[in-house]
Ligand binder design. Structure first.
Ligand code: C5P
Length: 432
């Protein structure tokens, strides 16, 4: 594949040498297009030596080949990392003041931007507007990671790790190629779910305190709904265990099982597991419930005192499904994580993937722009050993497509090798 790797002027440029190396090791031809500012961080010689190709920054070099047009026409994929606030601004407004921005105007291939900047710059309304504009145009803008920034400070704005950028970029290209090849809502090959039965949970469970009050969470159920919708579009028989999902969101063509509490969700998913080839636990399940639920509405006390609420732990439904699974059944879990001083989103996700034992754990960063509600999402797909086997980003529908691509690969590999869950294969990137 012919890949253009733009590099703009941020300190994270030094890590992009690893992105370049990984892409080259996978056999891709990579032309690096740095900005002049990027060369302040990592010199031309490094990019030329690692890529094996000439490196230029302006349209006044390589003029005999009209590089800015030729490069754009030949490219299968374009990645810009780090994408600084300045680069996002120039890309959003269509500036063409160096080779990188000019090429961004000539490419027709998928484009992935991996932003990196200080938290204040990422949060600034100007940057928010630029990111929204680019996403509306179909450019895939990753959310930056939360973690250590240039100096001692930390926050949202860290460039995603090189392997995450590589996985997201290759998954994007694969998805784009798949869409172009089939031109249909029902992709062929590993993407097809014809003849399969799947059960998806969505929404957030509610634990009753009394007949009118509950402990709940903010999950809208949109990601689970999109997973059910895409599975139905790909030909599966779909059961959706919907925990308090707004009925306007529910997709057509699936059997909906409304549930409210964790106990109801557990009973429903356990029953559906008997016939399902794939189980997806996308619901946000309450970890705790009140030890007692009052039969009548709890009244205020005359003396103004408030009774404490004693909580007990809920069962882990996903763990129960994993423990009881049938051979070749594929089980997918979700983990909403935030980075902190103990580790990045991915590090926390890896530990959870090993604990949970699902075939795939879709780890997403919550907070900033991603996660809850009608917002773009980005997930890392980890196997039960915590190894990253893919990534998916974009709208919740696009993320669902990426997850089903990865599940389709697992299903087809298991049906051809007869292997059960104990030997969950690596898939490289989503769907590959
Ligand atoms: O441990 P954590 O809540 O982050 O794990 C998230 C995953 O586990 C999700 O797939 C969620 O649906 C599932 N889960 C569950 N039962 C619980 C808690 C979470 O099935 N009690």
């Amino acid at each position: 594949m012919r890949i253009l790797l733009g590099v703009s002027g941020g300190i994270a440029a030094y890590k992009v040498a690893i992105v370049l190396r990984q892409l080259r090791e996978q056999g891709h031809r990579v032309r690096v297009i740095p900005t002049d500012a990027a060369l302040e961080f990592v010199g031309r010689a490094t990019w030329e030596a690692l890529s094996g190709e000439v490196v230029t920054t302006t349209v006044f070099e390589g003029t005999e080949q009209v590089d800015h047009v030729r490069l754009g026409r030949e490219a299968d994929l374009m990645v810009v990392a780090p994408a600084t606030a300045d680069l996002l601004s120039r890309a959003a407004t269509g500036r063409a003041d160096d080779l990188l921005t000019t090429t961004l105007l000539t490419v027709t291939c998928p484009v992935l931007l991996a932003p990196a900047m200080h938290t204040e710059m990422w949060a600034h309304p100007a940057t928010r507007a630029n990111v929204a504009t680019l996403r509306e145009r179909g450019v895939h803008v990753l959310d930056p990671a939360v973690g250590r920034l240039t100096g001692a400070d930390s926050g949202a704005g860290r460039m995603p790790e090189p392997e995450e950028i590589v996985a997201a970029a290759l998954a994007l290209r694969k998805r784009a190629a798949g869409e172009g090849a089939t031109g249909s809502d029902v992709p062929s090959g590993t993407g097809s779910l014809h003849g399969r039965t799947v059960a998806v949970s969505a929404g957030g469970t509610r634990e009753a305190l009394d007949p009118v009050r509950f402990l709940g969470n903010r999950s809208s159920g949109r990601q689970g709904v999109e997973l059910a919708r895409v599975a139905a579009q790909r030909g599966a028989t779909v059961h959706l265990a919907a925990a308090n999902v707004d009925s306007a969101l529910l997709p057509d063509g699936v059997t909906v099982h409304p549930v409210e509490s964790t106990a109801e969700l557990q009973a429903t998913m356990t029953a559906l597991a008997a016939d399902a080839d794939v189980l997806v636990m996308a619901a946000a399940v309450a970890d705790f419930r009140p030890a007692q639920s009052a039969g009548t509405k709890t009244k205020k006390r005359a003396d103004g005192s408030v009774a404490p609420i004693e909580l007990v732990q809920n069962p882990d439904i996903l763990a129960g499904l994993v423990a009881a699974r049938r051979p070749a059944q594929v089980i997918v879990g979700f983990a909403a994580e935030t980075g902190d001083e103990h580790g990045s989103v991915l590090e926390h996700g890896r530990a959870k993937a090993r604990r949970k034992g699902a075939d795939l754990l879709a780890v997403n960063a919550v907070g900033q722009d991603a996660g809850f509600g009608d917002v773009p999402n980005a997930v890392h797909l980890l196997d039960s050993a915590g190894e990253q086997v893919g990534a998916a980003s974009g709208t919740k529908h696009e993320v669902a497509e990426g997850i089903w691509d990865a599940v389709g690969t697992l299903l087809s590999e298991r049906s051809t090798t007869g292997r059960g869950h104990a030997a969950a294969p690596r898939t490289g990137t989503v769907g590959s």
